[in-house]
Design a protein around this ligand. Structure first.
Ligand code: SF4
Length: 420
């Protein structure tokens, strides 16, 4: 992102804050709406081109603000319309964002943190360590980056999934501010039901989200049907056990009427046996829930394997027979290293000549242990529930429609890694 230090990012402001700012500058009340539309609707970044504004206001805005413009410093495509970019931030850090083109959907998967403090052992981002939270403008700018690209071909971003690098509910305020700005009808106007937020199970954050009055899709990454295994795969589970996570998700479903998606990355020999499937079915049966199964995408340095297609299908069938809707998501972008954190990791390795490790923000991969024991998402256009984020392996996936029950979500952004 091109960032002039000392310049504030206009993307950080809510509409009400913009109104107050321009009022304090002595501008008439309608100016805020004009500026908002230039930034969030016309996607303009150059104040000089905001021609409906008086020259003096354009100059003052340009003197005190910038509109954060991410700079793509690396990019990969998979030939099927999935595009992953590494966007540079003003301080030299970089985050990944992904555009998934799928039939009539144009979904952007965004990151909320540089790295991730959760450290799931099957996730490239988690293994690379945590650097910092993203600011609201840095989160929204990832969406606007692809929105500008799509506009050139007359297309729009139709969905956003918060399933990239980081745990969004550990950067709650910035994430919600970015999503509210994207949702604002006066500008970008992306419906809340087209936005999916994925969490690894930050209970206070889920409870708080339930009170926001937003109809976001919530995806909760489980990855294990019991606390012991979950603590191995999702270190944060030591703080919030399954019972508390499910109770918070139930609260969210009750408060919003939205079905919760549960993400489950399938790791061969770790969490993919019929016993695990039956336990997961017992856990979720009777809940307003849907399970997104994400076969693990192997990534360099991660000691896990992808299950066979037969085992994946058997797991899904066991869930369905147990009374739980389930969909298998096909990962997109496997061939471009789309797993979350892989592009950034490759860049770090390119710069240092070695894999990320301790001392450079990295952390050694943990062994999964003796033969035992990744993200997805969705949203809706017009109304059908969909959600999900999957863990850890890479940017998102395309769901296998054949495996989906009628009305099930079809997207599945998975960005490559684990989704919290
Ligand atoms: S899977 Fe999600 S929560 Fe876990 S380390 Fe990766 S980004 Fe963080």
């Amino acid at each position: 992102m091109i960032r002039r230090e000392a310049m504030r990012d206009l993307l950080e402001l809510s509409f009400d804050e913009l109104v107050r700012l321009l009022s304090a500058w002595g501008e008439p009340s309608y100016r805020a709406r004009q500026v908002w539309e230039w930034v969030w609707n016309h996607l303009e970044t150059d104040f000089a081109r905001m021609t409906s504004l008086p020259q003096g206001l354009r100059e003052r805005l340009a003197g005190e603000f910038q509109v954060g413009v991410p700079q793509a410093v690396a990019a990969q495509t998979d030939g099927e319309g999935t595009e992953k970019v590494l966007l540079s931030l003003g301080d030299g850090q970089a985050v990944e964002a992904v555009l998934i083109r799928e039939e009539d959907r144009r979904t952007v998967c965004v990151s909320t943190q540089v790295g991730c403090p959760v450290g799931c052992p099957f996730c490239a981002t988690g293994q690379a360590g945590f650097v910092r939270d993203l600011a609201p403008g840095e989160i929204a700018a990832q969406v606007l980056h692809f929105a500008r690209e799509l506009r050139a071909s007359g297309e729009r971003v139709s969905h956003v999934v918060v399933m990239g690098m980081g745990e969004p509910l550990l950067n709650y305020d910035a994430t919600l501010r970015a999503l509210r700005n994207l949702n604002d009808r006066r500008g970008f106007a992306l419906g809340a039901r087209r936005i999916t937020l994925s969490t690894v199970g930050v209970v206070p954050g889920i409870r708080r989200l339930a009170g926001e009055g937003l109809q976001l899709n919530l995806a909760v990454s489980l990855h294990a049907p019991d606390d012991a295994l979950r603590r191995e795969l999702v270190p944060l589970a030591a703080k919030w056990p399954l019972g508390e996570v499910l109770a918070a998700a139930d609260l969210y479903a009750a408060a919003t009427g939205r079905r919760v998606s549960y993400e489950y990355v399938l790791l061969a020999g770790v969490n993919d046996t019929p016993t695990h499937a039956r336990a997961l079915a017992r856990l979720l049966r009777g809940r307003l829930a849907h399970v997104n199964l994400i076969p693990f995408n192997p990534a360099p340095g991660l000691p896990y394997r992808r299950p066979s297609d037969r085992d994946v299908d058997a797991f899904r069938r066991t869930l369905v027979e147990g009374g739980v809707d389930a969909t298998v998501r096909r990962s997109r972008g496997v061939e471009i290293g789309a797993a979350c954190g892989q592009l950034r990791g490759a860049r770090i390795r390119g710069a240092t000549g070695s894999p990320p490790g301790p001392g450079q923000g990295g952390r050694p991969a943990r062994s999964p242990g003796p033969q035992r024991g990744q993200p997805a998402s969705g949203s809706e256009r017009g109304g059908s529930p969909r959600a999900g984020r999957a863990p850890a392996t890479g940017p998102r996936w395309r769901s296998e429609r054949a495996a989906s029950p009628p009305g099930a979500s079809t997207l599945g952004p998975s960005t490559g890694e684990a989704t919290p």
